[in-house]
Design a protein around this ligand. Sequence first.
Ligand code: FES
Ligand SMILES: [Fe+2]
Length: 419
Amino acid sequence: MLHVPDTPLHALFRNRKPGYSLDAPFYVSPEVFAADMEIIFGRHWIYVGVEPDVPEPGDAMVVDVGPSSIVIVRGDDMGVRAFHNVCRHRGARILHDEKTTVGNIVCRYHSWTYDLTGALIHADHMGPGFDRSCHGLKPVHLRSLEGLLFICLADEPPTDFDEMAREIGPYIAPHNVRNTKIAYQSDIIEEGNWKFVMENNRECYHCSGNHPELTVPLFAYGFGFAPEEMDETERANAERYTCMLKDKHAEWEADGLPSREIDHLDDRITGFRVERLPLDGDGESHTVDTKAACRKLLGDFTNAKLGGLSCWTQPNSWHHFMGDHIVTFSVLPLDPERTLLRTKWLVHKDAQEGIDYDIERLTEVWQATNLQDSTLVGYCQTGARSPAYAPGPYSPHTEMLVEKFCNWYVNRMKDHLER
Ligand code: FES
Ligand SMILES: [Fe+2]
């Protein structure tokens, strides 16, 4: 446990300098990593996937969060539940593949058998005094936010999930995640601490120099800028962008699509941000030609020109919802210096590959962007290992969300360490 006051760990959090990147141990130290896993990933709502990962009864998905392995399974009643993937007999891991379909959940070791609600329904040779009802799979808290699945490993999860769901839900609902399928999934291991992966996602300061594909449909003024560095023409363009954003929000909201920014990235236990932004060019989707990548649109949409709805949750996700497809990202730490980035591309469940969409065209922007980001994260990790590393200042115009991520992280850690 981490309750001894004034350890070097406490000092590290107490001495964090606002507005600056974190000290090196936050990115390299096994002790900080262990505390991150216990406090951040052990006691907060973690984004792990989508309901279409387990579309039918018996469909199961295994997600590893640090040392915990979690089974997410759809029951015969169509409910989705999560359990620890640990047999209640002698603790063997039960399901091994990331995706599988089962009738019941059967441990290979001595065939203890659990139904899809986690109840132990079969265990041979255990004698008359054995009570099966005391040996069901250990449940894990799971919530679906309009089809996005979050788990919490704590006994008592943060209670503000409902607030987040109330606020984000209406933004996401029209894209109807539950009525999609996973067209493609990519897992890449980034050579960096999970916080570097998150920080990199929370700014587009680096976009113009690194992401030729990602930036095609993005308006440069959406990345943030320093007004004092602009000439008159640039300032007029920036003002035009601000007006266009306001008009677009009003237009989409009049059409029943909530769009205006809500930002609770660092003032809630379950931090989040959501906003719909216009896309440039044809404005249909986040693709290299700005046109829809899937002919069959999501939900009840009849027009793809809905911009891109972006949603960010602390500590480990971001999502982009367009009219034709959704891209959703889950960040799962592997060790202090390696992180799994899991990306899923969702299309309407009736869309047909080769007819309505082409995998390469659907995925090319974020496949390229993920690799570019992965390289940048690796550069940061290498830098943090050097004795020369010192925290550097964030741009007040383009790195506000990085600062909010760090504020959230440091405050959540301090809150638990000081208890
Ligand atoms: S460890 Fe699972 S049945 Fe024995
Ligand atoms: Fe990036």
